[in-house]
Ligand binder design. Structure first.
Ligand code: PMP
Length: 353
């Protein structure tokens, strides 16, 4: 007893395994980008004097905030950056969900949401997706203390049309609606144009997927200036210096390289379509993906069996032992060569079962 009683006990989020990438290991389990960040980052590395690191970084990460605001046609007062979108989302949960009504999010979605609700003692209710994994806007027309929607959703990979998301935002003017657009650069319609219309919308984005920067940890929120101010007040109540000077400088360099960004997205989308077709020939069904991963189930072979067999070949994918989705595998889109190898191994293994 004693101090034991004073310890905050939480069940943490469990990220996908990060095995050492050596030799023939193919890592398709955490939706990282298989291509390197923009080559412009190399110049930013050279331009950043090490001597400057003795100083604290800009508390508002102003160069990055300004660059993002200009890129998305917003005022800098409408942008908030953090240490990956997990940091931004956690700050949003802490800032925007301080009421007593339950926060709503789908039963199948990013599994960090219920970890934050537990950590911050936020009441919540999950809303079941339809049998074919769609979000039904009518299900969100009830009293609530906030709403969180990932669009495209994870791990389903499916995007809902903007009209469905807008209906949820429009009919919940008294709630803050967070739309987590971690995967939007790979497909689906962004809610960005809706920022002009709705003051209760918060859009979350990340550099981890489409900008090949999972290791740099950059995420951001876009919303009405009053909401961004509230986020900053909470952030400045915990840690003024969340963004280090390297992340700020490299982040700016990445956003400035639009042609490279478009080219990499194009490659991944093409590989996604090719891989989906190859998997369906092997007896898989993939949900329609608007993301940089596929969510696939096999007609006859259980997902956990395939997961284990792939691992023996040093191919890592993600398997969630959770109701409704425990016969699916989430497969990140890698390079063409990696996906060809995956298909080859699957072909071989499925013949042996
Ligand atoms: N949102 C969703 C839907 C995700 O899948 C992820 C990736 N795990 C994140 C947010 C967090 O990504 P990051 O912290 O790397 O920006």
């Amino acid at each position: 007893m004693g101090y034991q009683e004073n310890i905050r006990r939480v069940v943490p989020y469990v990220p996908g395994e990060q095995p050492k990438v050596t030799g023939d290991l193919i890592k398709l389990n955490t939706n990282e980008n298989p291509y390197p960040p923009s080559p412009k980052v190399k110049q930013a590395i050279e331009a950043l004097p090490v001597e400057e690191m003795r100083l604290y970084p800009d508390t508002t990460a102003a160069p990055l905030v300004k660059t993002l605001a200009a890129y998305y046609g917003l005022d800098p007062a409408q942008v908030f950056v953090g240490v990956g979108s997990d940091d931004v989302l956690a700050t949003c949960f802490l800032t925007f969900f301080a009421g007593s009504r339950p926060v709503l999010f789908p039963d199948i979605t990013y599994s960090f949401y219920d970890v934050w609700t537990a950590l911050y003692h936020i009441p919540y209710e999950t809303v079941p997706l339809t049998d074919d994994f769609h979000i039904r806007s009518a299900d969100y027309m009830r009293p609530n203390g906030g709403i969180v929607i990932a669009n495209p959703n994870a791990p389903t990979s499916m995007a809902e049309p903007l009209s469905v998301i807008e209906e949820i935002i429009r009919n919940n003017a008294d709630s803050i609606v967070i739309v987590d657009e971690a995967y939007i650069d790979f497909g689906g319609e962004t809610t960005l144009p809706l920022l002009k219309k709705y003051k209760n919308l918060v859009i979350i984005r990340t550099f981890s997927k489409s900008r090949s920067f999972a290791g740099m940890r950059i995420g951001f929120a876009m919303a009405d200036a009053s909401l961004i101010e509230a986020l900053n007040n909470v952030k400045f109540s915990i840690n003024s210096y969340t963004m280090n000077c390297t992340a700020i400088a490299y982040g700016v360099a990445t956003v400035e390289d639009e042609p490279y960004f478009r080219e990499m997205i194009g490659k991944i989308v093409k590989t996604r379509e090719k891989t989906g077709a190859a998997l369906s020939e092997l007896g898989f069904t993939c949900l329609p993906s608007a993301a940089n991963f596929l969510f696939a189930t096999h007609q006859t072979v259980p997902a956990d069996e395939i997961f284990t067999r792939l691992k023996k070949h040093n191919i890592y994918v993600r398997f969630f032992k959770k109701p409704r989705i425990d016969n699916y595998l989430r497969i990140t889109i890698g390079t063409d060569a990696q996906m060809e190898r995956l298909v080859e191994v699957l072909k071989e293994e499925l013949c042996n079962i």
